[in-house]
Design a protein around this ligand. Structure first.
Ligand code: SOE
Length: 371
């Protein structure tokens, strides 16, 4: 694994526990974690359960006792690490967003297609697909329970930047993160929108904005550093099939801590979900009995629900981290079976195309003044 911050900790949890919850054909072995500081990486290895710690990720790629490279670093490093790993015959799991630009994403997707011909697989970590309620929502949509999908609306609301004195970080530096709320949070919403309805965004109009354009640099006694990314993004999207929708991403929705939400409306029904109530799926069917029709709150903890046969008895709810265990298990099963783990780099590159188009539209989008 390369990187050991928030995603490195979450992925380590996934690798450590996948063989406990799932009957896997291969048991993940946490061989080595690479970071920039020898001291901090050694501490992370001890805390997260890795056998060794290194300060040069290239060493991971040269080793014969390592089969998978798990990329948990800021997105400006994804392309170099993933392409080198795939060319060296290592399977790759890469965090989202795939890259910082469409060009980089397309290069990674091309490297993954070439590697797949050699039985080497790559997957992008859009982990919310592996929340059981989300996977159930997709089953319902794909089984036609909603009828013809008409519109989708997704938001990803956080509030950790709503305090103007919050410090600067790599996520606010376009050279490191590519974009702000758009790529960090909006990429999740775009991937879910496309995956849930099985259709890609074809056209869009968008606006991004910055609320606080400079923030205190960490440990620099208040020296301000410019913010070079978006603070919030609003997108009006049309999908290839004609489905229309809205997608929002912000880190200023004061009071919303990690509210990734969707509502999908079809001709026969609707589904709605909120990550902050992740074990519940709201489901509405038009043919409900008159007088009692209404949204049903499905508690997605039955063994029949996606992934739940591998977890606890009905009613024993799962958390944010279970999706990382589900992700690790799906990755291992796909690689062991020699099939493409999803989402592929191609799927992740289609998200990157939307991100790039949002940036273009936001700069040039036409507005009609309400007169
Ligand atoms: C941002 O704070 C963040 O950590 C994202 O980077 C993750 O992708 C998201 O799952 C949780 O919030």
């Amino acid at each position: 694994m390369v990187g050991h911050a928030f995603m490195g900790a979450a992925h380590s949890h996934g690798w450590r526990n996948a063989g406990r919850a799932f009957d896997l054909p291969l048991e993940p072995r946490l061989v080595a974690v690479a970071g920039t500081s020898a001291e901090r990486t050694a501490a992370a290895a001890r805390r997260l359960g890795w056998e060794e710690s290194l300060t040069d990720w290239r060493e991971l790629i040269e080793r014969d006792d390592i089969d998978v490279i798990d990329i948990c670093t800021p997105s400006d490093t994804h392309r170099e690490i993933a392409v080198a790993a795939l060319q060296a015959g290592k399977h790759v799991l890469c965090e989202k967003p795939l890259a910082n630009s469409l060009d980089e994403a397309e290069e990674m997707a091309a490297a993954a297609r070439s590697a797949a011909e050699r039985g080497i697989w790559a997957m992008c970590g859009f982990t919310y697909r592996r929340q059981p309620a989300v996977a159930l929502a997709r089953e319902l949509i794909q089984d036609g329970r909603l009828g013809e999908v008409r519109h989708v609306r997704l938001v990803y609301l956080q509030d950790w930047l709503s305090d103007e004195s919050a410090e600067h970080s790599w996520r606010l530096d376009a050279s490191r993160s590519g974009s702000g709320a758009l790529g960090d949070l909006g990429s999740h919403a775009i991937d879910l929108a496309q995956w849930l309805i099985g259709d890609d965004v074809a056209r869009l109009s968008a606006r991004t904005t910055v609320f606080v354009d400079a923030r205190p640099a960490p440990g620099a006694n208040g020296t301000l550093r410019p913010v070079t990314v978006d603070d919030a993004a609003f997108v009006l999207a049309e999908f290839g099939s004609g489905v229309i929708g809205t997608i929002e991403a912000t880190r200023y929705a004061l009071g919303r801590k990690n509210a990734l939400r969707f509502e999908i409306n079809g001709s026969k029904g609707s589904v709605a979900w909120d990550l902050e109530r992740n074990n519940e799926l709201e489901f509405y069917e038009a043919d409900g009995q008159p007088g009692t029709a209404g949204f049903t709150r499905v508690l997605t903890t039955d063994p029949s629900h996606p992934y739940l046969a591998n977890w606890w008895p009905a009613g024993h709810t799962l958390g944010y981290d279970h999706a990382f265990v589900n992700q690790a298990a799906d990755f291992v099963n796909a690689v062991a079976a020699g099939v493409q783990p999803e989402p592929s780099f191609d799927a992740a590159a289609s998200v990157q195309r939307v991100l790039a188009t949002v940036a273009t539209s936001s700069g040039s989008g036409t507005w009609e003044v309400v007169a």
